[in-house]
Ligand binder design. Structure first.
Ligand code: FAD
Length: 421
């Protein structure tokens, strides 16, 4: 029987689901809705777009091709404000309503906004969307000075892009090291040294506490160390929260239908859990015929054995494929179970390449854990084991002639997954 599917969000999760449905059930109807005013694009490439490495056309070519190839009914610039989970209906800000047999919530994440005095001033940005990138680009002045708050991956990728415009950067991190989520202290020091060599000033344990307008369209920022700095712009990159149009009344406790039985997460109440991502079961179903995937979903972290948000591009895509398959399944027995994912990041900083996955560090007070490290002049690797099971790794290479050393990451990632399963 022909079904109608509604997908909210046209990121990698939403588009991968739509493509899977179109392939499996070519006669089914698929409506895909995005609140962004253009075709879908590859979000990970935004910093390369800012850097000038890739064109606007290339940024959008991925999404345009999927929409075109699968002849998707794509509604842009339309915001979904509510989902009626019982009647399988959604309502948009425009007043339009739409009903379907299955709904996928693939609404991604939204960056945390600063809340210090002056946080709303022009010149203060987050980077999540193409409009953010355009706004940042308009403000860029070669030879200028910018501040960056937060030392996570998006901030670090943006810094590399800003440096290409000969912009001087001050990086403020509230923690005592940079990239603490994806590197261990040793590799974090390697990254910090590389940034310092490239004229980026790093201020650890220091936060921006206020901003005010200054002459020549600049901002005067003040920090927790009473430092005052005149900058042309400020990028705020202090994390991303799950974005979804569900509310408190729609919380359900679906833990009983959870096949991820090894889940050790202990979030106190279901609403707090949902603000931290929609908890789905292993079929990626939140409630009957309502699915969630990608950055907005809490899924099983294979390395850590608990549900969590794993906001990564490839994982959003694979969850989209599983969700799309299950949305077309004729009976629950034909559903496919998503085993879970492992967080894995790869990035390059001025010629220093990193790939890391799973546990980047280990608990120091537990004798069941050990690490194997290799430190050479231009290469660092660390493998982390729990009772001889590989749980995570970091590879770091600064030698362009030794790029093959990073190829180990594929088998290592596969081993973490295999041993976890
Ligand atoms: C600058 C940057 C660099 C990144 N680099 C990497 C990287 O190197 N590697 C990596 O793995 N990941 C990277 N990421 C993360 C990666 O982009 C995300 O994990 C991935 O895009 C998540 O896909 P998604 O489909 O879940 O959500 P999204 O890509 O966020 O898509 C969600 C879509 O839903 C729409 N939406 C939200 N709410 C509504 C609503 N109410 N109504 C209608 N539409 C709505 C949004 O506008 C958006 O278009 C990066 C992210 C950024 C911002």
């Amino acid at each position: 029987m022909k079904k109608r599917h509604l997908i909210i969000g046209a990121g990698n999760a939403g588009l991968s689901a739509a493509a899977a449905i179109a392939r499996l059930k070519p006669k089914d109807e698929i409506e895909i809705i995005s609140d962004e005013p253009w075709a879908p694009y590859c979000r990970c490439l935004l910093t390369y777009y800012l850097e000038g490495k890739i064109s606007e056309e290339r940024l959008f070519s991925w999404g345009k091709e999927i929409i075109h190839k699968n002849r998707l009914d794509y509604h842009q610039n339309e915001r979904v404000i509510s989902v009626d989970t019982e009647n399988l209906t959604i309502e948009c800000e425009s007043g339009r309503k739409s009903r379907a047999d299955t709904i996928l919530i693939a609404t991604g994440g939204r960056p945390l906004k600063p809340d210090f005095p002056g946080a709303d001033l022009p010149g203060i940005f987050t980077l999540r969307t193409f409009s953010d990138a355009q706004a940042i680009q308009k403000r860029l002045k070669p030879g200028g000075r910018w501040a960056v708050a937060g030392a996570g991956l998006v901030s670090i990728k943006t810094i590399a892009a800003l440096r290409q415009h000969d912009i001087k950067i001050d990086l403020f991190a509230s923690s005592n090291r940079i990239l603490s989520q994806v590197l261990d202290p040793y590799s974090s020091d390697l990254a910090a040294t590389k940034l310092a060599e490239n004229q980026i000033e790093i201020h650890l344990n220091e936060e921006i506490t206020a901003a005010e307008p200054a002459a020549d369209n600049q901002l005067k920022i003040t920090t927790s160390s009473d430092r005052e700095l005149l900058v042309d712009g400020l990028l705020y990159g202090k994390g991303v929260a799950a974005a979804h149009p569900l509310d408190k009344n729609q919380v359900v406790d679906n833990s009983s239908q959870d096949n991820w039985s090894a889940d050790q997460s202990k979030l106190p109440n279901p609403w707090q859990q949902m603000q931290n991502g929609i908890k789905v079961n292993s079929q990626l179903e939140f409630q009957p015929n309502i699915y969630a995937a990608g950055d907005t979903a809490r899924i099983f972290d294979l390395a850590r054995k608990q549900t969590d948000r794993l906001p990564l591009w490839p994982l959003a895509g694979e969850q989209g494929l599983f969700a799309g398959h299950n949305m077309t399944a004729a009976t629950p027995n034909s559903n496919r179970h998503y085993p879970g994912g492992v967080s894995c990041n790869s990035f390059s900083l001025f010629g220093l390449d990193f790939i890391s996955a799973g546990y980047r560090e280990i608990p120091t007070d537990d004798r069941n854990w050990h690490s194997r490290k290799q430190k050479q002049a231009k290469f660092y690797s660390r493998l982390n084991f729990h009772k001889n099971q590989l749980k995570g790794f970091i590879l770091c290479n600064a030698n362009p002639d030794n790029i093959n050393s990073l190829k180990k990451s594929g088998p290592l990632l596969a081993r973490i997954k295999r041993e976890a399963l």
